[in-house]
Design a protein around this ligand. Structure first.
Ligand code: ADP
Ligand code: MG
Length: 682
């Protein structure tokens, strides 16, 4: 029999046709939906001591009226009623807007309870709710719901209350008792009840704890189920690479591998050999040496007779990778080609033929690689660099190329752990958490824009030493909306300042591809010493002689992005510098600049970035793929997230989870989400 909770909300007393319709517009169809429609915040009605409250806080206080209420009218129909109220030993002012009738209701010496916004400097409370007398509330916290349509919070509370008293006993447990006991978690019924009707702060905290865990657990179960399903149903290829040849290749490298590089190469090679399809994310800070790791993996696949593909987001990067992989792999007889959108006509046709005939071992390119007419002879391994710039859809197309090739995603934007296990929860993760020995840390300074003269002298000193410098600006052209220095203006200014001795180049996204290329080449060959650019140089560009970077309006960038930009210097043996020009207006803005000067660790910065900007902003608006939780918060509840993840891994592997009646609830939810049929998550 179906659970009564799955009946339409219309079975609840007081919900007629119209209300039912309005609830449906809020996504509430069943009694269950209603009970799981949790408040988004709570009003705190605990009586507060004025010594402890903060400016601008919403507070509730009780006091005695100490002056005759005085009423002032202003504008059309607007009024302000003020009076003095003695709260404890403090005489404060209470202000009521547009409630003139209260003048006759409130009298000197009355005891009143006021809720409103507190102005600490003017000792004034702007009252939102007033009750005469000393109020005995049933609860300190009142839930506030995100109601829509014509519904009010009050109505919703009433319906939920009624739903609980009629149907509360049908709420199923989501976890076996032993697990609940060991985590000291509320039962599901109690947690749900206390979410709506908390008795105290502690009660609410416990309720939230249980709901958050359940929400994370369910999410992680989906991820793990998907992963299990992919492992069992999508047969990959076993790439039996030639270990001896791989060892020789590694020995031929101009440097010894770092321990972290060795570890991740082992992880990747394990995936190559295994019949299970590789779906791995490789994370490493800028300069940690991911390219060599990619080269080793590709080399290994090629020794087994397979082809490899390396996909990158920009043409500049494609060329650069082609160059460095050429140097590394060509001496070992590997045939490499570059396929970008500027490869056209006959040249392209020939290349595609060679690729299909297996006459090319490794192809490097941009999006051009995943077009329909690109066919491989025997594609074994696909690597994408800076993968978060490719959308989820492109990730999928890539995986479906060839006969289930192994796929490795590389990213230089260290992803905070919490995001890595949510957004990329279905993937295996390898991390290079070590830089090659002997790297100098980039010295970073934060200065205000009015110090520009000194910055220019600093740049000049580096240029005199034969070094090169980047100057980064947020925008290309002047915009009346944003008061930011633009690349074109800055270029003009610097060309005037340095032009007699040095070449000053300009680089931005709106230049034609050929011009971008020629500017980049000129900079790489030190024909241009000072490069003014927008963020196009953010990813992967490698010019070791550049030792200086100045970033205009640095407060406009995210920390991870600043770190990426900064990673363009410090690539050679000389000391490098990064100067952040910024006049942040907020405390958070100042804190962000300070953090940049204090750490060079991309992982630390990415965690901070997430904390300061929130998960939605982390990847930029377009293709975030960050899941939304109803109650849980990835940043603040990250411990629960990690627990849920490891529990989900255990559960999915256990007999008990799949058979035990106590897990029925979670299994049903999994089924409803479609992952057990191998369908994709949204
Ligand atoms: P990223 O991880 O940012 O892509 P790269 O692969 O471009 O880093 O490597 C940055 C630089 O470090 C390159 O010049 C590369 O040759 C060098 N490198 C890589 N691995 C090592 C190592 N183990 N020891 C010394 N230098 C290395
Ligand atoms: Mg790289």
């Amino acid at each position: 029999m179906n659970n009564p909770l799955d009946q339409s909300v219309s079975v609840i007393k007081g919900i007629g046709e119209e209300t039912e319709h309005n609830l449906q517009l809020m996504g509430i169809y069943t009694v269950r939906d209603l009970l799981e429609f949790f408040p988004y915040r709570y009003d705190d009605f605990r009586l507060r001591n004025l010594e402890e409250v903060q400016h601008d806080e919403r507070i509730t206080v009780e006091g005695r009226v100490h002056s005759e209420p005085s009423l002032v009218y202003y504008g059309r129909k607007k009024s302000r009623l003020t009076m003095k109220v003695l709260v404890g030993k403090t005489l404060i002012t209470a202000v009521f807007f547009n409630q003139p009738y209260l003048k006759n209701k409130i009298n000197m010496q009355d005891i009143i309870t006021l809720t409103g916004k507190w102005d600490q400097y003017r000792l004034t409370i702007t009252v939102q709710e007033m009750k005469l007398g000393s109020v005995q509330r049933t609860a300190d916290f009142e839930p506030v719901y995100a109601v829509k349509e014509k519904l009010t919070v009050k109505q919703l509370r009433k319906y939920i209350h009624s739903a609980f008293s009629t149907f509360g006993d049908y709420i199923e447990e989501s976890l076996p008792e032993d697990i609940r006991t060991s985590y000291k978690l509320y039962s599901r019924k109690r947690a749900m009840h206390s979410m709506h009707f908390p008795q105290s702060e502690k009660d609410l905290k416990q309720a939230r704890r249980a709901i958050v865990y359940e929400e994370f657990l369910l999410f992680q179960l989906k991820m793990q189920a998907l992963r299990k399903f992919e492992r069992e149903h999508s047969h990959g290829i076993e790439i039996n690479y030639d270990l001896e040849k791989l060892k020789q290749f590694i020995a031929s490298l101009p440097f010894p591998l770092t321990e972290a590089q060795k570890r991740v190469v082992n992880e990747i090679c394990g995936d190559l050999k295994s019949p299970v399809r590789m779906n791995r994310l490789l994370q490493g800070d800028v300069g940690s040496g991911k390219t060599v790791v990619a080269a080793m993996a590709l080399f290994a696949a090629i020794t087994a007779g397979y082809q490899g593909a390396l996909m990158v987001p920009t043409e500049i990067l494609a060329e650069q990778h082609a160059d460095s992989l050429h140097q590394l792999l060509e001496p070992h007889g590997i045939r490499i080609s570059l396929l970008t959108s500027s490869v056209k006509g006959k040249k392209r046709k020939l290349l595609l033929e060679q690729l299909q005939a297996g006459e090319i071992d490794l192809v490097i390119g941009t999006h051009a690689l995943i077009q329909n007419d690109v066919n491989f002879h025997k594609l074994g391994l696909v690597i994408t660099d800076e993968q978060h710039r490719f959308g989820v859809e492109q990730r999928r197309i890539l995986r479906e190329k060839g006969e289930a090739p192994d796929v490795l995603f590389m990213t230089a934007t260290p992803i905070p752990r919490t995001l890595a296990i949510t957004v990329f929860g279905e993937m295996d993760v390898s991390i290079i958490d070590e830089l090659p020995a002997g790297r100098k840390t980039i010295e970073t300074y934060w200065v205000k824009h009015d110090m520009l003269d000194r910055v220019l002298r600093f740049i000049e000193k580096e240029l005199q030493k034969g070094r090169q410098a980047y100057v980064i600006c947020p925008l290309i052209e002047e915009s009346d909306k944003l008061d930011v220095q633009n690349a074109i203006d800055v270029h003009a200014m610097l060309a005037q300042h340095f032009g007699s001795h040095y070449h000053v180049g300009l680089m931005h996204g709106r230049l034609p591809a050929e011009e971008k290329d020629s500017v980049m080449k000129a900079f790489a060959q030190n024909e241009v010493q000072l490069l003014v650019s927008t963020t196009v140089v953010e990813v992967g560009v490698n010019v070791p002689n550049a030792t200086m970077m100045v970033i205009y309006d640095a407060e406009r960038f995210g920390l991870s992005q600043l770190h990426q930009l900064r990673g363009r210097v410090g690539r050679g043996n000389d000391q490098s510098y990064c100067i952040l020009l910024a006049d942040p207006k907020t405390e958070i803005g100042k804190e962000r600049m300070k953090i940049m000067t204090e750490t060079n660790d991309g992982f630390v910065l990415s965690e901070k970035d997430l904390e300061l900007r929130g998960p939605g902003d982390f990847f930029g608006r377009k293709q975030s793929g960050v899941p939304e939780f109803k109650v849980a918060d990835m940043v603040h509840d990250y411990r629960a997230l990690e627990t849920a993840r490891s529990d989900a891994q255990t559960f999915i592997q256990s007999e008990r989870f799949w058979n035990d009646a106590e897990f029925k609830f979670l299994r049903t939810r999994l089924q409803q989400s479609g992952v057990l049929q191998g369908e994709k998550l949204d």
